[in-house]
Write a protein that binds this ligand. Structure first.
Ligand code: TPP
Ligand code: MG
Length: 327
Protein backbone atom coordinates (compact mmCIF):
# COMPACT_ATOMS: atom_id res chain seq x y z
CA UNK A 1 0.00 0.00 0.00
CA UNK A 2 1.38 3.40 -0.95
CA UNK A 3 1.81 6.05 1.73
CA UNK A 4 -1.04 8.27 0.43
CA UNK A 5 -3.39 5.34 0.51
CA UNK A 6 -2.31 4.49 4.07
CA UNK A 7 -3.11 8.06 5.12
CA UNK A 8 -6.47 7.78 3.36
CA UNK A 9 -7.09 4.49 5.16
CA UNK A 10 -6.35 6.15 8.51
CA UNK A 11 -8.75 8.98 7.67
CA UNK A 12 -11.54 6.57 6.74
CA UNK A 13 -10.98 4.38 9.81
CA UNK A 14 -11.12 7.44 12.06
CA UNK A 15 -14.25 8.71 10.28
CA UNK A 16 -15.96 5.41 11.11
CA UNK A 17 -14.81 5.42 14.74
CA UNK A 18 -15.74 9.03 15.46
CA UNK A 19 -19.05 8.73 13.55
CA UNK A 20 -20.02 5.73 15.67
CA UNK A 21 -18.88 7.37 18.90
CA UNK A 22 -21.16 10.28 18.01
CA UNK A 23 -24.02 7.87 17.24
CA UNK A 24 -23.56 6.11 20.61
CA UNK A 25 -23.62 9.48 22.34
CA UNK A 26 -26.93 10.35 20.65
CA UNK A 27 -28.41 6.97 21.67
CA UNK A 28 -27.27 7.34 25.30
CA UNK A 29 -28.65 10.84 25.59
CA UNK A 30 -31.92 9.89 23.91
CA UNK A 31 -31.42 12.61 21.33
CA UNK A 32 -33.25 11.08 18.41
CA UNK A 33 -31.97 7.66 17.26
CA UNK A 34 -34.87 5.25 17.70
CA UNK A 35 -33.99 1.73 18.87
CA UNK A 36 -30.42 0.55 19.01
CA UNK A 37 -27.33 0.77 16.82
CA UNK A 38 -24.84 -2.00 16.03
CA UNK A 39 -21.36 -0.59 16.47
CA UNK A 40 -18.38 -1.87 14.43
CA UNK A 41 -15.64 -0.10 16.41
CA UNK A 42 -12.64 -2.46 16.50
CA UNK A 43 -13.41 -3.83 13.01
CA UNK A 44 -12.45 -0.75 10.98
CA UNK A 45 -9.40 -2.28 9.26
CA UNK A 46 -11.41 -5.15 7.79
CA UNK A 47 -13.97 -2.70 6.42
CA UNK A 48 -11.64 0.00 5.09
CA UNK A 49 -9.01 -2.40 3.72
CA UNK A 50 -11.74 -4.14 1.72
CA UNK A 51 -13.46 -1.01 0.39
CA UNK A 52 -10.16 0.57 -0.64
CA UNK A 53 -9.59 -2.44 -2.89
CA UNK A 54 -12.78 -1.56 -4.80
CA UNK A 55 -13.30 0.98 -7.57
CA UNK A 56 -15.80 3.80 -7.05
CA UNK A 57 -18.22 2.14 -9.48
CA UNK A 58 -17.98 -1.30 -7.84
CA UNK A 59 -20.82 -2.53 -5.63
CA UNK A 60 -20.85 -3.23 -1.93
CA UNK A 61 -23.52 -4.81 0.25
CA UNK A 62 -23.42 -4.48 4.02
CA UNK A 63 -25.26 -6.12 6.89
CA UNK A 64 -26.75 -5.09 10.26
CA UNK A 65 -23.41 -3.76 11.60
CA UNK A 66 -22.78 -1.47 8.66
CA UNK A 67 -22.46 2.21 9.41
CA UNK A 68 -18.77 1.89 8.60
CA UNK A 69 -19.11 0.23 5.21
CA UNK A 70 -20.71 3.10 3.25
CA UNK A 71 -18.31 5.49 5.00
CA UNK A 72 -15.38 3.39 3.81
CA UNK A 73 -16.89 3.38 0.29
CA UNK A 74 -16.93 7.18 0.31
CA UNK A 75 -20.46 8.14 1.37
CA UNK A 76 -21.10 11.58 2.85
CA UNK A 77 -21.46 11.52 6.63
CA UNK A 78 -24.33 14.02 6.98
CA UNK A 79 -27.00 12.00 5.11
CA UNK A 80 -25.85 8.83 6.92
CA UNK A 81 -26.24 10.41 10.36
CA UNK A 82 -29.55 11.93 9.24
CA UNK A 83 -30.73 8.42 8.30
CA UNK A 84 -29.79 7.10 11.75
CA UNK A 85 -31.93 9.91 13.20
CA UNK A 86 -34.87 9.23 10.85
CA UNK A 87 -34.59 12.59 9.09
CA UNK A 88 -35.86 13.50 5.64
CA UNK A 89 -32.31 14.30 4.47
CA UNK A 90 -31.14 10.77 5.26
CA UNK A 91 -29.80 8.44 2.56
CA UNK A 92 -33.17 6.62 2.61
CA UNK A 93 -35.12 9.77 3.45
CA UNK A 94 -35.32 8.76 7.05
CA UNK A 95 -37.36 5.61 6.49
CA UNK A 96 -34.61 3.01 6.80
CA UNK A 97 -32.62 3.91 9.88
CA UNK A 98 -29.36 2.44 11.13
CA UNK A 99 -29.73 -1.03 9.60
CA UNK A 100 -30.86 0.09 6.14
CA UNK A 101 -28.25 2.50 4.87
CA UNK A 102 -28.03 2.48 1.08
CA UNK A 103 -26.17 5.07 -0.94
CA UNK A 104 -26.23 4.19 -4.64
CA UNK A 105 -24.02 7.20 -5.44
CA UNK A 106 -21.06 5.27 -4.03
CA UNK A 107 -22.19 1.78 -5.02
CA UNK A 108 -23.48 0.98 -1.54
CA UNK A 109 -26.46 -1.21 -2.43
CA UNK A 110 -27.85 -1.49 1.05
CA UNK A 111 -28.02 -3.36 4.30
CA UNK A 112 -30.47 -5.62 5.97
CA UNK A 113 -31.30 -6.89 9.43
CA UNK A 114 -31.81 -10.40 8.05
CA UNK A 115 -28.56 -12.19 8.80
CA UNK A 116 -26.91 -13.44 5.59
CA UNK A 117 -29.46 -11.79 3.26
CA UNK A 118 -26.91 -9.46 1.61
CA UNK A 119 -24.84 -12.35 0.25
CA UNK A 120 -27.22 -13.40 -2.58
CA UNK A 121 -27.79 -9.71 -3.34
CA UNK A 122 -24.09 -9.28 -4.09
CA UNK A 123 -24.20 -12.37 -6.29
CA UNK A 124 -27.11 -10.77 -8.15
CA UNK A 125 -25.21 -7.48 -8.54
CA UNK A 126 -22.18 -9.33 -9.90
CA UNK A 127 -24.38 -11.28 -12.30
CA UNK A 128 -26.03 -8.00 -13.36
CA UNK A 129 -22.62 -6.54 -14.19
CA UNK A 130 -21.95 -9.50 -16.44
CA UNK A 131 -25.33 -9.13 -18.19
CA UNK A 132 -24.61 -5.43 -18.80
CA UNK A 133 -21.11 -6.28 -20.01
CA UNK A 134 -19.25 -4.19 -17.42
CA UNK A 135 -16.30 -5.36 -15.33
CA UNK A 136 -17.78 -4.12 -12.04
CA UNK A 137 -17.20 -6.27 -8.98
CA UNK A 138 -19.70 -6.82 -6.13
CA UNK A 139 -18.46 -7.34 -2.59
CA UNK A 140 -20.60 -8.71 0.24
CA UNK A 141 -19.71 -8.10 3.89
CA UNK A 142 -21.17 -10.32 6.60
CA UNK A 143 -20.39 -11.73 10.03
CA UNK A 144 -19.24 -15.14 11.23
CA UNK A 145 -22.82 -15.93 12.30
CA UNK A 146 -23.96 -15.43 8.72
CA UNK A 147 -21.48 -18.08 7.57
CA UNK A 148 -23.74 -20.64 9.31
CA UNK A 149 -26.87 -19.44 7.49
CA UNK A 150 -28.31 -21.04 4.36
CA UNK A 151 -28.02 -17.94 2.16
CA UNK A 152 -24.21 -17.97 2.65
CA UNK A 153 -24.03 -21.46 1.16
CA UNK A 154 -26.59 -20.73 -1.56
CA UNK A 155 -24.84 -17.51 -2.51
CA UNK A 156 -21.32 -18.95 -2.65
CA UNK A 157 -22.52 -21.99 -4.54
CA UNK A 158 -24.27 -20.01 -7.30
CA UNK A 159 -21.50 -17.41 -7.53
CA UNK A 160 -19.00 -20.17 -8.22
CA UNK A 161 -21.28 -22.20 -10.50
CA UNK A 162 -21.87 -19.07 -12.60
CA UNK A 163 -18.31 -17.76 -12.18
CA UNK A 164 -19.49 -14.21 -11.38
CA UNK A 165 -17.24 -11.41 -10.13
CA UNK A 166 -18.20 -11.46 -6.45
CA UNK A 167 -16.00 -11.14 -3.36
CA UNK A 168 -17.24 -12.42 0.00
CA UNK A 169 -15.69 -10.78 3.05
CA UNK A 170 -16.54 -12.37 6.38
CA UNK A 171 -15.76 -10.16 9.37
CA UNK A 172 -15.17 -12.92 11.88
CA UNK A 173 -15.48 -11.15 15.25
CA UNK A 174 -15.83 -14.51 17.04
CA UNK A 175 -19.40 -13.93 18.26
CA UNK A 176 -22.94 -13.92 16.90
CA UNK A 177 -24.85 -11.86 19.46
CA UNK A 178 -23.71 -13.55 22.71
CA UNK A 179 -22.90 -16.94 21.18
CA UNK A 180 -19.23 -17.80 20.71
CA UNK A 181 -18.43 -19.08 17.23
CA UNK A 182 -16.60 -22.03 18.76
CA UNK A 183 -19.92 -23.28 20.18
CA UNK A 184 -21.78 -23.28 16.87
CA UNK A 185 -19.31 -23.97 14.07
CA UNK A 186 -18.20 -27.47 13.21
CA UNK A 187 -14.81 -26.39 11.85
CA UNK A 188 -12.44 -23.66 13.00
CA UNK A 189 -11.92 -21.88 9.68
CA UNK A 190 -14.55 -20.02 7.68
CA UNK A 191 -12.07 -19.54 4.81
CA UNK A 192 -11.77 -23.35 4.51
CA UNK A 193 -15.44 -23.52 3.49
CA UNK A 194 -14.47 -21.97 0.15
CA UNK A 195 -13.10 -25.34 -0.96
CA UNK A 196 -16.63 -26.79 -0.91
CA UNK A 197 -17.60 -24.22 -3.53
CA UNK A 198 -14.46 -24.54 -5.65
CA UNK A 199 -13.24 -21.02 -5.00
CA UNK A 200 -10.12 -19.67 -3.29
CA UNK A 201 -10.44 -19.01 0.45
CA UNK A 202 -8.11 -16.61 2.23
CA UNK A 203 -7.74 -15.99 5.99
CA UNK A 204 -6.30 -12.62 6.88
CA UNK A 205 -5.42 -10.59 9.97
CA UNK A 206 -8.46 -8.31 10.16
CA UNK A 207 -6.68 -5.83 12.44
CA UNK A 208 -4.11 -5.01 9.76
CA UNK A 209 -5.60 -2.75 7.11
CA UNK A 210 -2.68 -3.35 4.72
CA UNK A 211 -3.02 -7.14 4.96
CA UNK A 212 -6.77 -6.88 4.31
CA UNK A 213 -6.22 -4.52 1.39
CA UNK A 214 -3.67 -6.88 -0.18
CA UNK A 215 -5.89 -9.96 0.18
CA UNK A 216 -9.06 -8.26 -1.05
CA UNK A 217 -7.20 -6.58 -3.92
CA UNK A 218 -6.12 -10.02 -5.10
CA UNK A 219 -9.72 -11.25 -4.86
CA UNK A 220 -11.08 -8.17 -6.64
CA UNK A 221 -8.49 -8.52 -9.42
CA UNK A 222 -9.52 -12.14 -9.94
CA UNK A 223 -13.22 -11.22 -9.98
CA UNK A 224 -12.71 -8.36 -12.44
CA UNK A 225 -10.59 -10.49 -14.74
CA UNK A 226 -13.26 -13.19 -15.07
CA UNK A 227 -11.61 -15.56 -12.57
CA UNK A 228 -14.71 -15.89 -10.39
CA UNK A 229 -15.43 -15.36 -6.71
CA UNK A 230 -13.24 -15.54 -3.58
CA UNK A 231 -14.04 -15.93 0.11
CA UNK A 232 -11.95 -13.79 2.48
CA UNK A 233 -12.13 -14.32 6.24
CA UNK A 234 -10.88 -11.31 8.22
CA UNK A 235 -10.32 -12.18 11.88
CA UNK A 236 -11.27 -9.21 14.00
CA UNK A 237 -13.14 -8.19 17.17
CA UNK A 238 -15.93 -5.86 18.17
CA UNK A 239 -15.30 -3.71 21.23
CA UNK A 240 -18.92 -2.93 22.05
CA UNK A 241 -21.93 -5.12 22.77
CA UNK A 242 -23.91 -6.76 20.00
CA UNK A 243 -26.20 -3.71 19.99
CA UNK A 244 -25.82 -0.39 21.71
CA UNK A 245 -28.46 0.68 24.19
CA UNK A 246 -26.26 2.49 26.70
CA UNK A 247 -23.71 0.89 29.01
CA UNK A 248 -21.28 -1.85 28.00
CA UNK A 249 -22.40 -5.31 29.15
CA UNK A 250 -19.67 -7.90 28.81
CA UNK A 251 -21.86 -10.73 30.08
CA UNK A 252 -20.86 -13.17 27.36
CA UNK A 253 -17.10 -12.58 27.23
CA UNK A 254 -14.16 -11.85 29.51
CA UNK A 255 -12.82 -8.33 29.92
CA UNK A 256 -9.31 -9.82 29.52
CA UNK A 257 -10.23 -10.99 26.02
CA UNK A 258 -11.37 -7.48 25.06
CA UNK A 259 -8.22 -5.93 26.56
CA UNK A 260 -6.05 -8.42 24.68
CA UNK A 261 -7.63 -7.43 21.34
CA UNK A 262 -7.29 -3.75 22.18
CA UNK A 263 -3.51 -4.20 22.28
CA UNK A 264 -3.80 -4.74 18.51
CA UNK A 265 -6.22 -1.93 17.84
CA UNK A 266 -6.49 -1.43 14.05
CA UNK A 267 -6.23 2.37 14.20
CA UNK A 268 -3.22 2.24 16.55
CA UNK A 269 -1.49 -0.35 14.36
CA UNK A 270 -1.85 1.86 11.29
CA UNK A 271 -0.68 4.97 13.17
CA UNK A 272 2.42 3.02 14.32
CA UNK A 273 3.11 1.89 10.78
CA UNK A 274 2.80 5.44 9.45
CA UNK A 275 5.10 6.81 12.17
CA UNK A 276 7.68 4.12 11.40
CA UNK A 277 7.47 5.19 7.74
CA UNK A 278 8.21 8.79 8.71
CA UNK A 279 4.79 10.42 9.11
CA UNK A 280 4.96 13.46 11.37
CA UNK A 281 2.77 13.72 14.48
CA UNK A 282 1.42 17.00 13.09
CA UNK A 283 0.26 15.26 9.89
CA UNK A 284 -1.58 12.57 11.86
CA UNK A 285 -3.09 15.15 14.23
CA UNK A 286 -4.43 17.12 11.26
CA UNK A 287 -6.28 14.03 10.05
CA UNK A 288 -7.82 13.62 13.53
CA UNK A 289 -8.89 17.26 13.57
CA UNK A 290 -10.46 17.25 10.12
CA UNK A 291 -12.29 14.00 10.93
CA UNK A 292 -13.66 15.46 14.17
CA UNK A 293 -14.78 18.54 12.25
CA UNK A 294 -16.52 16.44 9.61
CA UNK A 295 -18.36 14.33 12.21
CA UNK A 296 -19.48 17.43 14.15
CA UNK A 297 -20.82 18.83 10.87
CA UNK A 298 -22.70 15.59 10.16
CA UNK A 299 -24.34 15.59 13.60
CA UNK A 300 -25.32 19.26 13.20
CA UNK A 301 -26.75 18.57 9.73
CA UNK A 302 -28.77 15.60 11.03
CA UNK A 303 -30.12 17.39 14.09
CA UNK A 304 -31.17 20.42 12.05
CA UNK A 305 -32.94 18.31 9.41
CA UNK A 306 -36.72 17.82 9.49
CA UNK A 307 -38.40 14.46 10.04
CA UNK A 308 -40.55 13.17 7.14
CA UNK A 309 -44.21 14.13 7.37
CA UNK A 310 -47.14 11.66 7.34
CA UNK A 311 -47.83 12.61 3.72
CA UNK A 312 -44.45 11.14 2.72
CA UNK A 313 -45.16 7.78 4.32
CA UNK A 314 -45.72 5.91 1.08
CA UNK A 315 -43.21 7.79 -1.07
CA UNK A 316 -40.04 6.03 -2.27
CA UNK A 317 -41.43 2.60 -1.48
CA UNK A 318 -41.04 -0.35 -3.81
CA UNK A 319 -44.74 -0.36 -4.79
CA UNK A 320 -47.67 2.04 -4.50
CA UNK A 321 -49.80 1.46 -1.42
CA UNK A 322 -52.90 -0.63 -2.03
CA UNK A 323 -54.76 1.34 0.62
CA UNK A 324 -54.97 4.98 1.57
CA UNK A 325 -53.70 5.70 5.08
CA UNK A 326 -56.69 5.89 7.39
CA UNK A 327 -55.29 8.78 9.45
C1 TPP B 1 -32.06 -14.79 9.70
C2 TPP B 1 -31.82 -14.15 11.03
N1 TPP B 1 -31.63 -14.95 12.11
C3 TPP B 1 -31.38 -14.40 13.33
C4 TPP B 1 -31.36 -13.03 13.48
C5 TPP B 1 -31.06 -12.41 14.84
N2 TPP B 1 -29.67 -11.89 14.82
C6 TPP B 1 -29.39 -10.60 14.55
S1 TPP B 1 -27.76 -10.30 14.52
C7 TPP B 1 -27.38 -11.89 14.89
C8 TPP B 1 -25.97 -12.34 15.04
C9 TPP B 1 -25.18 -12.16 13.81
O1 TPP B 1 -23.85 -12.47 14.06
P1 TPP B 1 -22.74 -12.23 12.97
O2 TPP B 1 -23.22 -12.67 11.66
O3 TPP B 1 -21.50 -12.86 13.49
O4 TPP B 1 -22.59 -10.64 12.94
P2 TPP B 1 -22.07 -9.66 14.11
O5 TPP B 1 -23.30 -9.22 14.86
O6 TPP B 1 -21.12 -10.40 14.94
O7 TPP B 1 -21.46 -8.52 13.42
C10 TPP B 1 -28.53 -12.66 15.02
C11 TPP B 1 -28.56 -14.09 15.34
C12 TPP B 1 -31.59 -12.24 12.33
N3 TPP B 1 -31.57 -10.91 12.40
N4 TPP B 1 -31.78 -12.81 11.13
MG1 MG C 1 -19.94 -12.05 14.57
Amino acid sequence: MKRDRELDALRRMLLIRRFEEAAMDIVRKGQGIAGSVHICIGQEAAIVGSCLALRDDDFMVGYHRSHGHPIAKGAELGPLMAELMGRRTGVCRGKGGSMHLADFRVGSLGETAIVGAGIPQAVGAAYGARVRGTDQVALAFFGDGAANIGSFHEGLNLASAWGVGAVFVCENNLYAMSTALADTMACDSIAARAAAYRMPGMAVDGQDVVAVFDAVSEAVGRARGGGGPTLVEARTYRYRDHAEYGNLDLGHRAIEELEQWRTRDPVDLLRCRLRAEGAADRELAEIEESVAHEVRGAVRFAKQSPVPGPGELFEDLWASPPLEPTR
